[in-house]
Every structure is written in structure tokens, then in C-alpha cells.
Design a protein around this ligand. Sequence first.
Ligand SMILES: [Zn+2]
Length: 532
Amino acid sequence: MPRMLRGFLGAVLFAASPALAAAQVPTYDLILRNGRVVDGTGSPWYRADVAIRDGTIAQVAPSIEGSARREIDVADQVIAPGFVDVHSHADRGIFQVPTADNYVRQGVTTIIAGPDGSSALPLRPWFDSLEALPRTLNLGSMVGQGTIRSRVIGSVNRTATPAEMDRMRRLAEEAMRDGALGLSTGLFYVPGAFTPTEEVIELARVVGGLGGIHKSHMRNETADVVESVRETIRIGEEGGLPTQVTHHKVIGPGYWGATTQTLQVIDEARARGVDATLDQYPYTASSTSIHAALLPTWALEGGLQRAQERLADPAQRARIREESARIIELERGGGDPDKVVLANCAWDASLAGRTLGDVIELRNLEPSLYGAAEAAFWLTEQGGCQAVFHAISEEDVVRIMRHPAAMIASDGEVVVFGRARPHPRSYGTFARVLSAYVREQAILTLEEAVRKMSSFPAQRMGLTDRGLIRPGMVADIAVFDPARVRDTATFEQPHQYAEGFSLVIVNGEIVVEGDRVTDARPGRVLYGPARR
Ligand SMILES: [Zn+2]
């Protein structure tokens, strides 16, 4: 109801029966009283009440008059915008766990799926089934370049014909019309790895013309990481759209410190007018499949089954072993088989938590880099595994975090509580920034951390009505105690919820209260600007 009309009706009711009007027509749905508002802009906190009506922040003021259906004294806790996660592998998990407990319990109110070049396609039926699913949080999606390419060309290493290029452009346009927020690439993975930069730029032009952005899991995060940042920038520059290095990190001790250069390349690009940004998760370990991480790209052409066939050929196996031993020594292996920890092997649940070093012993393999490569091959031959790779330096994590164009994103997933041994980022990312990097190490101020987790990612995804505590914005809100907030999920015991969040509000409805996920399912599907 428009404010004036409401006021007019209120006056009429008031004239007829003051007591009735006051008792039956509360001004607001919810008032949070006595908060410290960290508004998402990066500005210092201030004391205020926050009133919500019809899913929207209606008023922010030192002492709000009027009543609400419910009033909560937050007793000097922080009232911040709900966190926006621009890199989530929620695509499948959200249908298993529509409450997304691991996310909402760390203050996340919006997640963006379809990362790393991989998404549902076509997107419309996926969005439709999501619309039919009552869920706690808001969800949008990118469209994956790798998915488009594999649909048109397959998982092969060759350039596209002009006709194939046309089909890929049409699929990208259709995905944007279905409501994608932009194009994700995973040029590290098969088949993204077979894509020339020029081909990505062609799709970027289509997506950019329809208001989308580009986000890249880069081709290389080791020896060629600086070159890969340049490529990501080139895609934005020539594709004519905002571009983002996603989960920025440098993998492998031999390459640590390269963030000094990568961030400089981003600064130079921004200085000349390229809209380039980055995101990261606050951990020194990454996570992906054993074969994607530890086998050379050429060995994966055609998919997992083709990789297994190549391993069955002794000459090819020997060639792959040389390269895998080098990858384990210098790249994702971190130089030590015990730095690779199995997260989930679908064919043997008991392997979760064991290291590549354990597999060497289990299989009686040679205790060497070659033995480690053979252990990785065995796992690949059995059907493959997800794993966690401890091969990132804390100095690089901190250097990236301090960069003003860096935001926080989890790279996590919607997890089934207790299943397997996933990377703790799914449970802890946003809480960990507030505890480890704000409170304990003072790398960021509280206000800057909240900006990197709310208004900045919301603005980046074009979600201009979210991410700020300000009248007129959608009421996505996280209330937490800054002295107590913390992540509890560890690599050894990841299935533990974040602590310190007393309230999480999505579209004006409370989805988390204390330790409890409520029955409310207010989450919306968020579409890109070209949806029709
Ligand atoms: Zn990725």
C-alpha cells in the first residue's frame, strides 16, 4: 500500500476508533531495536532501530516510533545486510536441502549458482523447478561456458566451426533471456581448457550486450597465473562487460607471492577503465576432483572414461605419470601427498578424510612422487574422488583480502549435514572472515568485511535493491554478535555450523533464530536483466 494512502486510511480509522486502530494496525511487520548498524557501504557503524514492512526496510532511525507485529531487542548486536555469495556450487544440493542450513546459519541470504563454466542448460526449466521449491534463501545463476561448449562441440580439443560458434552464441543469448546473471568460465577444466580466448570473447559480447558479467575460474592458478589474470581482463575489455577473477589464489609453493603481480595487473586494468574485480575464499586449501587437479588436461579430453582408457595404455600412463608427479610436486599436490585429503569418493565412503599418502600405503605403492601419481590414477580408475588440496599461502590470502576490489565468496555448496568430508568453506566462509580476519588478526575492519560480503557482491551481480541497510532496500539482514561470531567447521570436522548469528532475515521473514532454522521459506529466484 502506498504510504500516503496508508496514512489516509490510518487517519480515518483513527477518527473512527483510536484504540482499534492502534491495536489492530501495527505500523510495521518487524522492528529490530537497539542495534549497531553496519550498513554495507563500508561506513562506520551507528546505533539505530530497523523497521521492516512488506519485505522491505521501511525505516532506519535512532528510535523508531510505532508498533510492529513483532519487536526484537537485539541488544547492541550488529545489524548487517545479509551476505551475498557470488560463487556457489548449489546447483544440485539446493534440491536436496532447500533450507541450505550451512549457508543461512552464517548469515548468507543470496547465493549465485552456475560457477566455473558449469550450469544447468537450458536454464528456464531449472529455474522453473527452483520456483516450485520452497527455500530459505534467494538464488540466481550464471550460465556456464563449458556447458555450452560441451553441448555444441563435446569434450574435444579443437576450435569451433562458424556454425558451432553461431549455435553457442544462440545458447548464451537464450540463457540470458531465461534469466542468467552472466557467463561463468572454467578454463582450467575440460572442456573449457580447449577454448581459445577469442571464442570466450565472442560469448562475452552476447552476454555483455544483455547486461551480464563474466566470472572466471582461470586457465591457470600456478606458473601462468599472471598470464591468466591478463586473459580474464582481456575477456572483459574486448567482450565489453564487467569481468571477475573468481576464487583468486595462487596454488603451489613455487608460485606463492605471485599475488603481488596479479593484483598489480588488476590495478592497471582498472586504471585504464576495465571493470575488473575479484573474489576469494578465506582458506589456504582448494577443492576439486582428483583427476581435474592432478592429471594433465590432455589426459582428460573426452571425459573421465577416456582418461581411464588412457591410463590403461602403458605408454600413455607413463607420460601422464611424469606430468602428474610434477603437478603433485609443484602445484595442487603442495609437494607432499599428505596435503591432498580425500573429501568424497562416491564408490567408497570410508576413504573420506584419508590422504593421498594413506592411499600410497593402502595400495603398497612406492613412497615417492611417482607412487603418489599412481595413487591418484587408482582413485581415478575406481570412479574418481573429490579432494581438498592444501597448497595456498596465508600471505597471498591476506594480500588478496586487503585489495579494495576483492569480495568474499565461498566456492562452497549446499551440503547434506554429516555426509562425506567437504571443504569447510561451505559452512564457515563468511563467519571466518568476521572472526579470523576482522576480530583476531585485524586484516579488515568490520565495516569493510561486511561491504565485501554484502553491497559489493550485490552490486556486482546487478542486485541493486539488496546488500544495504537503508530504507527502500529488500530486507535481507544478518544480526550477529561481533565478539562471538565464528566459524567452527574445520578440515577435520567440517560439519559444524557457524556461531554468533542470532537472526537471519530473508525478504523480511526470519529464517534463522538462535540455533534454529525456522519454517519460513521466503527465498526468491533472482533473474538477470534480460529475462523475459
Ligand atoms: Zn572453481
